[in-house]
Design a protein around this ligand. Structure first.
Ligand SMILES: Cc1cc2nc3c(=O)[nH]c(=O)nc-3n(C[C@H](O)[C@H](O)[C@H](O)COP(=O)(O)OP(=O)(O)OC[C@H]3O[C@@H](n4cnc5c(N)ncnc54)[C@H](O)[C@@H]3O)c2cc1C
Ligand SMILES: *[C@@H]1O[C@H](CO)[C@@H](O)[C@H](O)[C@H]1NC(C)=O
Ligand SMILES: *[C@@H]1O[C@H](CO)[C@@H](O)[C@H](O)[C@H]1NC(C)=O
Ligand SMILES: *[C@@H]1O[C@H](CO)[C@@H](O)[C@H](O)[C@H]1NC(C)=O
Length: 542
């Protein structure tokens, strides 16, 4: 017994006198949320730890059963061989983190919306079509065809997108990476001028024909961010238009994040919701604070909280704070986290043997309707914020995602996705498909046989999300450091809301943590010119 206590005392003494550079002790890091941000943080933290010879022990808490968060895939007819993306569906090759990871993990990518030949994509304003193309997923860039109508505007818009995206891409590498303040970094890169104005204002500043903005770019901001140009900032407007060559991981984008979590070697708790974070050890001269986390069953809100057995040196909150329902103990948050208004978006997936009705779009009966319809405002429509701004069309977009096989008939049907501000009704679907859809169609049909030979809707999955922030102009963003050893990733969503940018913030936070443990201090030109020691000068680089 006596011996046991001596050993304990000796152990405590070692811990207390552990080298400040941290290289030899195990650091425990908790990550809350296994979406794009949390998975990327885990993956990159493990890599940095390996590079720097640090022992880092990562624990991930995920509320749901799944990895991926808002990146999630359903199965048409509950058939695993017919996956359909419900959440984040596309990324592009310049999304280096996602693209490189998909290659690294041998996840095949492809065109997300493979269309039948001759399928037409169009932009409708509720009164008429303002644009049509059969160019497939690169249709935004079908510049030549638009020249007669919009003059140089398409060309100027493409150039503008390239220059803005070029500035953003600097955030991936030294001296801009890693960054302690997103606001400062955006300022240095000249991006606050672009986030500080609406898409409409930004286009005007760049002498781009407002008709091109309203007809084409606004269709892009509506399908990507459920927003009109007058209520989305310039940077996100450019991102909406930067979808040339969009790709998706076959079988579901969430697999990237699943592989990242596996590769990180982290211990993952599914169905486990973090309820609170509290500081158990105050910062002293020789030690940093440690945090204790209490959890509850993910799905049972009322169940009791359980304190997790180990204390963490760092905690990464990788979910929008306002939706994570975490209470922070006294002294935990050094910076209050602002509540951000989010868009409530309805996403409805369904399968039908029917094509979209020509009549719904005011075309002559019997003529061919487009297979995918993006929307914009008509001349008399007032642009408004959020759901009120949907205009005459009543929805943001209807896309044909390709075909699926109805297992009950063995026949191919179309898979559709509707983005709308309000839940889809049977009245709307009846008009859209040009046939009577009874109100009862959403009722769960479990029986196998006994149905009419052709059901107008054979599979139906309505869903809604707090999909992304309402991306109003702003010039400050929630920074990634919210306390001593406490990090937050979702501030970047008000800047750009994509899987890639969340993954970038996860990677950024991982680098900040690794630097901290390894005693690396980086000073870039901007920070070097700052006055006195906001940050300690460490023994590292420079
Ligand atoms: C319909 C839709 C379409 C989109 N389309 C695209 C697109 O095409 N391309 C694109 O790049 N982006 C798209 N986005 C945006 C993209 O999905 C998000 O920007 C990105 O997935 C955010 O990742 P995240 O990790 O920051 O957050 P999330 O994905 O929200 O992950 C947060 C995770 O934290 C978990 N969590 C929350 N609270 C707790 C808690 N207390 N304890 C434990 N776990 C918790 C959640 O369950 C979740 O898994 C779309 C989003 C939606 C909704
Ligand atoms: C690593 O984390 C796991 C899970 O949180 C924990 O059980 C274990 O004790 C930790 N290991 C060390 C060395 O701290
Ligand atoms: C992705 O891969 C390319 C090519 O190998 C490389 O140049 C780039 O730095 C990588 N990007 C990231 C973020 O890993
Ligand atoms: C998570 O919860 C679901 C639903 O209650 C359950 O079916 C599943 O087995 C659980 N998964 C884990 C890993 O605990």
């Amino acid at each position: 017994m006596h011996h046991f206590w001596r050993t304990c005392a000796a152990l405590l003494a070692t811990v207390a006198s552990a080298p400040a550079n941290g290289a030899s002790e195990v650091k425990n890091v908790a990550i809350i949320g296994a979406g794009a941000a949390g998975s990327s943080a885990a993956y990159h933290l493990q890599q940095y730890a390996e590079d720097e010879g640090l022992s880092i022990n990562i624990t991930i808490f995920e509320k749901t059963e799944r990895i991926g968060g808002r990146t999630l895939t359903l199965q048409a007819f509950d058939d695993p061989s017919q996956p359909i993306e419900l959440g984040a569906s596309i990324f592009v090759e310049i999304n280096q983190i996602l693209f490189n990871a998909s290659q690294e993990f041998n996840l095949p990518t492809g065109d997300p919306h493979e269309q039948e030949t001759g399928a037409v994509t169009a932009i409708w304003n509720g009164k008429k079509f303002v644009f049509e193309t059969s160019e497939g997923s690169s249709w935004w860039w079908d510049v030549a065809q638009m020249f007669w109508k919009y003059g140089l505007a398409p060309y100027k818009a493409v150039k503008l997108v390239k220059s803005v995206v070029g500035k953003f891409l600097l955030m991936y590498d030294a001296p801009h990476f890693p960054f302690q303040s997103l606001t400062e970094k955006a300022f240095e890169l000249g991006l606050l001028d672009i986030t500080g104005v609406t898409g409409e204002q930004f286009l005007a500043q760049n002498n781009i024909d407002p008709r091109f903005g309203r007809d084409i770019l606004q269709a892009a901001t509506r399908v990507n961010y459920a927003s009109n140009l007058a209520f989305i900032h310039g940077l996100e407007t450019m991102v909406s238009f930067a979808t040339d060559g969009a790709i998706a991981v076959q079988g579901g984008n969430w697999q990237i994040f699943d592989k990242m979590v596996s590769a990180s070697g982290a211990l993952l708790y599914r169905n486990t919701s973090v309820a609170s974070i509290s500081a158990v050890q105050k910062k002293t001269e020789t030690s940093s604070p440690k945090y204790v986390i209490a959890t509850r069953d993910g799905l049972v809100e009322s169940s009791s909280h359980e304190e997790y057995g180990i204390a963490f040196d760092n905690v990464i909150v990788a979910s929008p704070w306002q939706f994570s329902h975490i209470s922070a103990g006294e002294g935990v948050l050094q910076h209050a986290i602002d509540e951000i208004p989010y868009t409530k978006l309805h996403v409805t997936l369904f399968a039908s043997p029917l094509k979209l009705s020509a009549r719904f779009f005011g075309l002559f009966p019997g003529s061919k309707a487009p297979s995918s319809v993006y929307t914009t405002l008509a001349e008399g429509d007032e642009p408004k914020l959020g759901a009120d701004g949907v205009g005459s069309t009543g929805f943001y977009a209807v896309s044909t995602l390709g075909t699926v096989v109805n297992p009950r008939t063995g026949k191919r049907e179309y898979a559709y996705k509707i983005f709308s501000a309000e839940p889809v009704t049977s009245g709307f679907l009846s008009k859209l498909l040009g046939t009577d859809i009874p109100a009862s169609f959403i009722s769960t049909k479990t029986e196998e046989g006994g149905e009419a030979a052709v059901e107008p809707i054979s599979w139906y999955r309505p869903h809604w999300f707090y999909s992304y922030p309402m991306l109003l102009p702003r010039v400050t963003f929630q920074d990634p450091i919210i306390g001593d050893g406490l990090y937050y990733t979702s501030g970047i969503e008000s800047f750009i809301s994509t899987m890639e940018t969340s993954a970038l913030m996860g990677k950024n936070v991982a680098r900040l943590i690794a630097d901290d443990f390894a005693g690396i201090s980086r000073t870039d030109t901007k920070e070097a010119s700052d006055e006195e020691g906001i940050r300690e000068q460490g023994p590292g680089e420079l």
